[in-house]
Design a protein around this ligand. Structure first.
Ligand code: NAD
Ligand code: UD1
Length: 314
């Protein structure tokens, strides 16, 4: 498929979306961002000036979607209610955005001649299958409304491909981290919260015993996976894990961040969160073989870069 001339990035003022927009603009692609600024920020894309088009609006708004996808060859669908625990608190709202919103994005794409939609799915779909690492052929076992919604998005993508010939690719991101991840809510990603606490010299709260594991991937690596998904012929119709294959426990993560920040503070402990996955690590054999994807950033160096950004956001 090759070059991307014009793309829509839903959720493009958010953490992952804004890094994707940076890269697309850098390779000379004309980008439109559609975002309702619910968790994203204008300042994440302000530096791009008029090299991109920003449209403030909701992915559930059909008329608006039809307007912004016109002329795009690729849609990168990043917009979502991203917090697992928020979906447990308010399953209806996250369903509206994550499911109805996704169907609207797919529908507007196929009606307006978009060639390919790359969708942000999640490792949350695996739930608590005890087998490690997670491979894409394992039966999903969602534990939260968020996981069900992401899985439904994958099924919709496959059905739109079959019914309408729309090319779709679903990327199951594991836990993504890096500069611009917003730490401001209790629903934020754990690394962003731990960075904020370490920088302020405060104790974090760990939910459960801290021995739950995650596979953290640096945001720039996730952006590269998106570009491969958009441009490689072999990606069409695929579902791919996007992780590193490396495992870390949440307690060790805090120790590592404490060490890098030169603070030694014992964490506080609260009960585990409902819907939380215990063990999570990716097998990335499929995306490596099909698309040649290899993560480039080691966790430690990624944390150093991220900490530098939290100390001095640029
Ligand atoms: P984020 O909250 O920074 O980005 C989401 C963006 O979507 C925000 O800019 C928000 O304003 C926008 N948005 C939300 N609802 C919208 C709506 N109704 N209409 C228009 N825009 C809307 O989160 P992120 O971490 O950048 O997540 C991006 C995508 O990656 C999401 O689909 C998320 O589910 C997925 N994902 C993230 C991770 C992770 O670890 N961060 C892991 C797996 C999957
Ligand atoms: C995250 C993403 C989700 C994505 C999934 C993929 C966010 C907000 N969520 O969910 O979109 O689909 O990865 O795997 O980016 N924790 C603490 N203390 C804290 C915060 C969290 O102990 O202050 C624990 C949580 O209970 C959990 C782990 O850290 O066990 C990770 O939590 P979180 O960063 O919210 O990520 P996920 O729930 O894995």
């Amino acid at each position: 498929m090759g070059k991307i001339s014009r793309a829509l990035v839903t959720g493009g003022t958010g953490f992952i979306g804004s890094h994707l927009v940076d890269e697309l603009a850098a390779i000379g692609c004309r980008v439109t961002v559609l975002d309702n600024l619910s968790t994203g920020h204008r300042h994440n894309i302000d530096h791009l000036g008029d090299r991109i088009d920003f449209v403030e609006g909701d992915i559930r708004d059909d008329g608006l979607l039809n307007r912004v996808v016109k002329g795009c060859d690729v849609v990168f669908h990043q917009a979502a209610v991203v917090s697992v625990s928020q979906s447990v608190q308010d399953p209806s709202h996250s369903c509206e955005v994550n499911d109805l919103g996704t169907v609207r994005v797919l529908d507007a794409s196929r009606r307006n001649g978009v060639r390919r939609v790359v969708m942000a799915s999640s490792s949350a779909v695996y739930g608590d299958d005890p087998r490690m690492p997670k491979t894409e052929d394992m039966a999903p076992k969602p534990l939260s409304p968020y996981a069900v919604q992401k899985l439904a998005g994958e099924f919709y993508a496959s059905v739109f491909a079959g019914l309408y010939g729309l090319e779709t690719v679903c990327l199951r991101y594991f836990n993504v981290f890096g500069p611009r991840q917003d730490p401001s809510s209790p629903y934020s990603g754990v690394i962003s919260i731990f960075m904020k606490k370490a920088t302020a010299g405060e104790a974090p709260t760990i939910y459960g015993d801290g021995l739950q594991s995650r596979d953290f991937i640096y945001v720039k690596d996730v952006v590269r996976a998106n570009l491969l998904a958009a441009t490689e012929a072999a990606a069409a119709g695929g579902v791919f894990n996007v992780g590193t294959g490396e495992i870390i426990r949440i307690l060790d993560l805090w120790k590592m961040i404490g060490g890098l920040s030169k603070v030694q503070i014992d964490p506080l402990f609260d009960p585990p969160r409902a819907g939380d996955i215990r063990e999570s690590v990716s097998d990335i054999g499929r995306i490596r073989q099909a698309l040649g994807f290899r993560p480039q950033m080691a966790l430690r160096q990624g944390l150093v870069n991220t900490l530098a950004w939290y100390r001095n956001p640029a």
